[in-house]
Design a protein around this ligand. Sequence first.
Ligand SMILES: [Zn+2]
Length: 316
Amino acid sequence: MHHPDQYLDFEQSAFTWFRADRGYYFDDKARLEDPKPLMNQTPQKKSEPPYLLETLETTGFIRSRVIEQELALFLKFAEVQPTKENTLAFANEYGMLTPGKSLCTPKYSYLKGKKAPWKHGIAILSEKKDDKRDYGAVYSESLNFWKKELHDMALTVKVWEWVKNQDISALTEVIHWNKDGTGVNCKLDKAGGWLASNDYHQEVFARFRQGDILLPAKYLVQSRVNKKLRQHTTRPRILLGNNNRLEPYFMPESLIAAMWFQFFQAAVGETKFKRCLICGQWADVTQKNRNWSKHPECANRERVRKNWEKNRKKQA
Ligand SMILES: [Zn+2]
């Protein structure tokens, strides 16, 4: 069966993640298994179809070192518009966000004696009903879970980018001092609440200068990233390096944990990302000159275009 531990790794390797070799789909009929979860996890009470499942044609899972291949995957994730189609496209490329262990085990059934429709990832759970059907479960994630995670990443990246660019006018929409200066509110999307005040996170509030927007915004990013890192954890471990030296390594528990860890690295300045001035895409500039502002290819294309326009004007 599609048991998460099967995909977790040995203590001497780097993070890899898996995706179904024949892709995924959203199943509207899948329901949460109840009442006991397969693993020693807290069951989810509410069933929220549709659920993301590997397709019936799945024969196995492909592993890749996705985080090393895409250092800015968290930024790519942040730009996924939270529709069913876009979610599916992301899953088909990178896999699910978690091994499914803390989320859901949707249930599906098939006629007894028939071959299970799943080639992979099936666990027969029960034959509770006398309806001539076998009931199985696979690990999965609901579309709502994806939407929530996409939303959390998009908002946090947005505020982080504003802080990086010191975009005070954008941040003013999010960070609000109350009139008497005794507290700061944040309003992200529709949700809002106290960020810090005289009697809430006082130690942080004491650092704020009244009316300042930037530091409270920075704190907002800090607290949101920390919250997600608690939820989706990354554990330190020791790897035996090439020259048999003991080397530190940070092992995310899942793809979503890995992306928040990427964000963590970017937020503390361990990695650096900038948007290209021409194409607007994120670029990894960790090893680049401080003044990097555009992809060389973009700059080149721009030069060619300008030349072409100049020549055209000359001819006209
Ligand atoms: Zn570019």
